[in-house]
Design a protein around this ligand. Structure first.
Ligand SMILES: [Zn+2]
Ligand SMILES: [Zn+2]
Length: 603
């Protein structure tokens, strides 16, 4: 159950297939447009791309002929042949390819790879040839083009991309493709993409009136509409309930603080790029907070603590602000203001394992509740090379805390994979990736161990032997931010929220005006019982009212006509298509109350 071996994507057959398909695509493009300057073409998640400087503009219609030519090349069964060359030889081979020459310079100097990415060691320079195409490349590739399944490739789209991602450079043409082992895999992937499009949280967020953006408010600063605010309330209610039961206490902290606090925490100057610029008041600089931790540390430190007080678990749905480049903002997934399901647990070393597992248990409870069946826990470790740079320079403490986490996870029977060199700067962390109902991966929660910052804040407790010690701190945010989590939930449920999360539980629909009064009385009765209900007394026909409620994905519709009104009954139409005609209102209320109070998945 403990540590799992995870095949690195870079070493997988799929990676080789995609990398090889990128070469084949480049060959086809060069055949159609011989003046093309080609740059780089790496595999990416689910596929590959290649960036070209083309002699003419191409459109998505041109992809068809390129794809057709790719299939011909593939059927040729050309081997991929590697050759190690000197920089001089490479320059000769790529004499007409200025981008490659630039990359060769980088390789020769060391410090970058053939894609121009930073690299620790100085690499050897190698080329790969297949049929008429030669690329500056380290591999790996499949043995021959025949190992690419011609029925499992597809060119997807064209986009603009700056050379080296720098807007001062030339805009290149990027062609995206996807490649799989089998036609079935390709089919499933395309189906998933289509489903993801229909479930796009930006589309659903608009249709279901969850959130909006406004130019005058600013990019990345979502305005939560009434429906979104209800979901937030419910999530916060859930988190507070679970945290109360798990022994947390709630705190609240301001949105801005003096510069000194972030200097002490170490966020300044290192994290300044991700913070909003400071404002000056009374000769002091103030920052709006990018995270809540330093303030929670101050609350911990606000009075003397003894071992009897530990663990101290402070939680807060704190609103934080981070500066993200405007080009990187994306719906609710990448924003500039965010409300985080934050908490900090201060504990002794002896308490660590139990506390850490308590957090993992909380995750599992949430996953269960939201029907998240697939998740991966990634345990991110430090690297020796990064000590003193990316990571606090104390190898002994790194090894010790990493060991504590590993032991806790193993003892708790939690499957996890280890990732070198991806820790936080103050300690190891667990990143939790969850899959939505259509199998898309989201990184949501993190659970981090901090053995460094409590010391910077001079946090102490009196141990049982009368000696002052520094507590460990666990940072955790299982429900991530409201922004990310609601974005995820929109996709996961395709907007069909379980009743407890639905912005509107019940829509009462009178068949004619004569039942308006009964409809409104029903709504008052439901609201009294804390059921979110409204009546549609518009002038529309009944069918149009029903359609409206369906578009808003309201879980329960109560249709009321003359008979229902007379008998104090309702005709229930459930979102899943089931119905129950002429039932006593009390019967429906019992059902709705039950589903809502249990936070049930079924309606
Ligand atoms: Zn290559
Ligand atoms: Zn924190």
């Amino acid at each position: 159950m403990s540590e799992q071996k995870e095949e690195r994507y870079e070493e997988s057959q799929l990676y080789k297939i995609r990398h090889s398909a990128a070469h084949v695509m480049a060959q086809a493009v060069l055949e159609f447009y011989p003046e093309t300057k080609y740059t780089i073409g790496p595999p990416v998640e689910n596929g590959f791309y290649y960036d070209f400087e083309l002699p003419e503009k191409i459109t998505e219609e041109d992809l068809e002929k390129i794809e057709k030519r790719m299939r011909q090349i593939i059927s040729g069964g050309y081997p991929f042949v590697k050759k190690v060359v000197t920089a001089g030889e490479a320059r000769k081979i790529f004499a007409a390819q200025p981008y490659k020459l630039e990359l060769i310079d980088g390789l020769e100097k060391g410090g970058t790879d053939e894609y121009g990415n930073p690299l620790a060691e100085k690499p050897e320079i190698s080329i790969y040839q297949s049929d008429t195409f030669t690329d500056l490349c380290r591999g790996p590739h499949v043995e021959t083009t025949r190992q690419i399944n011609p029925s499992a490739i597809k060119l997807m789209s064209i986009a603009g991309a700056y050379w080296r991602g720098d807007e001062h450079n030339k805009m290149l043409t990027r062609i995206y493709g996807t490649a799989w082992r089998t036609p079935d895999e390709l089919k499933n992937y395309l189906k998933m993409l289509e489903e993801a499009k229909a479930r796009d949280h930006r589309k659903l967020g608009k249709e279901l009136e969850i959130y909006t953006y406004d130019d005058e408010v600013g990019p990345g600063l979502p305005l939560w509409l009434p429906h979104g605010a209800v979901i937030i309330e419910e999530l916060e209610g859930l988190a507070k309930e679970m945290e109360r039961k798990a022994g947390y206490t709630q705190v609240r902290t301001p949105h801005l603080t003096k510069e000194d606090l972030f200097l002490r925490s170490g966020h300044l100057p290192y994290y300044a790029e991700s913070m909003y610029p400071p404002m000056e008041m009374e000769g002091t600089k103030y920052y709006i907070k990018p995270m809540n931790c330093p303030m929670h540390h101050k609350i911990y430190g606000s009075k003397p603590r003894s071992y009897r007080d530990l663990p101290v678990r402070l939680s807060e749905y704190g609103t934080c602000y981070r500066y993200e480049k405007s080009g990187e903002l994306f719906g609710l997934m990448r924003v500039r203001s965010m409300q985080m399901n934050d908490a900090h647990i201060y504990c002794s070393e002896e308490q660590f394992e139990q506390e850490f597992m308590g957090v993992i248990d909380l995750y599992k409870k949430y996953f269960d509740l939201f029907s998240i069946d697939k998740f991966v826990m990634r345990f991110s470790l430090h690297s020796q090379a990064g000590l003193g740079k990316k990571y606090v320079d104390n190898e002994r403490l790194w090894l010790k805390t990493e060991d504590m986490v590993r032991r806790a996870m193993t003892n708790g029977g939690v499957p996890f994979v280890e990732k070198q060199d991806e820790a936080a700067f103050y300690g190891p962390k667990i990143d939790v990736q969850i899959m939505s109902a259509i199998g898309r991966e989201f990184t949501l929660a993190t659970n981090q161990v901090d053995f460094a910052v409590p010391e910077r804040f001079d946090l102490k407790y009196m141990a049982s032997d009368g000696v002052e010690k520094t507590p460990l701190c666990i940072h955790r945010a299982p429900l991530a931010t409201h922004e990310r989590f609601i974005g995820f939930l929109l996709e996961h449920y395709a907007g069909n929220f379980p009743a407890w999360l639905s912005p509107e539980h019940v829509r009462v629909i009178p068949i004619t005006d004569s039942q308006n009064e009964y409809a409104e009385a029903t709504v008052r009765q439901l609201r009294d019982l804390d059921i979110r209900a409204s009546a549609d007394i518009s002038a529309q026909r009944m069918n149009a009212k029903i359609r409206d409620a369906q578009l808003m994905k309201v879980p329960y519709m109560l249709v009321v006509g003359e008979n229902e009104a007379k008998a104090g009954q309702v005709s229930l139409r459930v979102r899943d298509g089931s119905r129950a005609d002429n039932i006593p209102l009390a019967e429906f209320i019992a059902r709705a109350k039950d589903r809502i109070s249990r936070r049930a998945a079924e309606l």
